[in-house]
Write a protein that binds this ligand. Sequence first.
Ligand code: ZN
Length: 396
Amino acid sequence: MSVLCVQTTVENLQPIKVGGIFYQDFQFFQVPASSPHDVESLCMVDNVVYYHLLGTFPNFPEPIPPNRGEKCYNIQPVLNRGLGLVASRNIEPGEIIVTERPVLVLPVNIPFPRFRSRPITVLWNRLSEKQSSTTDFRKGIIDTNALGLQFFSAPELDNRYAGIFPEISRCNHSCTPNAIYNFDPSHLAFHLTANKTIAQGDEITIAYIEPLFPRTFRRTGFAGYHFFCTCPSCSLPEDKSLRSDALRTLIHDWVDPTVDIDGWEAHYDNTIRHTISNYGSKDSRIKAASISLTSPSTTPTDLRSVIHSGKQYYELCKSEDVHTDYIYHALERVALAYALLGEEDQFQDWGRRARIELRVLGFIAVGKSILTDEEWGKALESPTRFIDSGMKNVLK
Ligand SMILES: [Zn+2]
């Protein structure tokens, strides 16, 4: 599939600097739909992004794979939240709910007057019913519907662009979301993936902003979405909210050596500090995270501390009902440490959890996991064989 260049330079945008980006030399291109179920995308990106996409992904944009099985959600009114996505059947963790191309890709921080400039209008007309809309209305739609593009292939490009998606953009926010979305630049698409079991009738939610930030920070961030969050975490009474803030900060900073934990702990009372101290010192967590599973000098005691720390992290995330990318890493180490200790049942138990988390991460786990989904399948099917011999092949 080829990229059809409509116009290579947006001439009527003068080079001006906003938010660190020069608005000049834009590529304005159209990506045709790859199937009848797909949409055509119109994109406005700078040369850095354009040549990154073409240079990194030789087949850009790859056709969207067909969604597996029947559609598992409906778009319908949700109490006090306008329209939302509601599960029409039970959805398993790791299941891709939908893969979708954006209708529009636009730079974030578009200078306000330029919302009426010709290129933006051409892009905007993709949203047919909005053709005569006002600048304020356009800005409002972008503020409330656009989702930031994160480039796993080039994190320095994160959040410079946003996409408007026909259905994923209808997902409402929660600070305890049951789905995550990842931008897959090779397909110019978002994958919406369940991060926990979603029961039929439940609303499918994502996080517009980092759910691990304290409530006050989250509320400031929501202001940009013209929205006041009433999720279970945001609705807690003040004392319980402070405890939740502390635990979420602990999850966020679990093994980050740059964060001064004593500094933020000082904000909390003794009860909360006592709770935090149950998770050990920062040094002990960092030490457990840095233990090599394969070094000849690693002792069974070391493996036990990998297990202890990994389980603590997992339980902490469960208690706050949040999901992080680090969960997979922690669970993988717990399961493999059990395998190294020869504890087959525990390896299977924790390995199954790890495999589910690997599926939740999907394509962004490539290169970051020790075992692939297929290797997990074989290991969990024949744990004795894996423990006795196969491990040597995967734990290089
Ligand atoms: Zn909330």
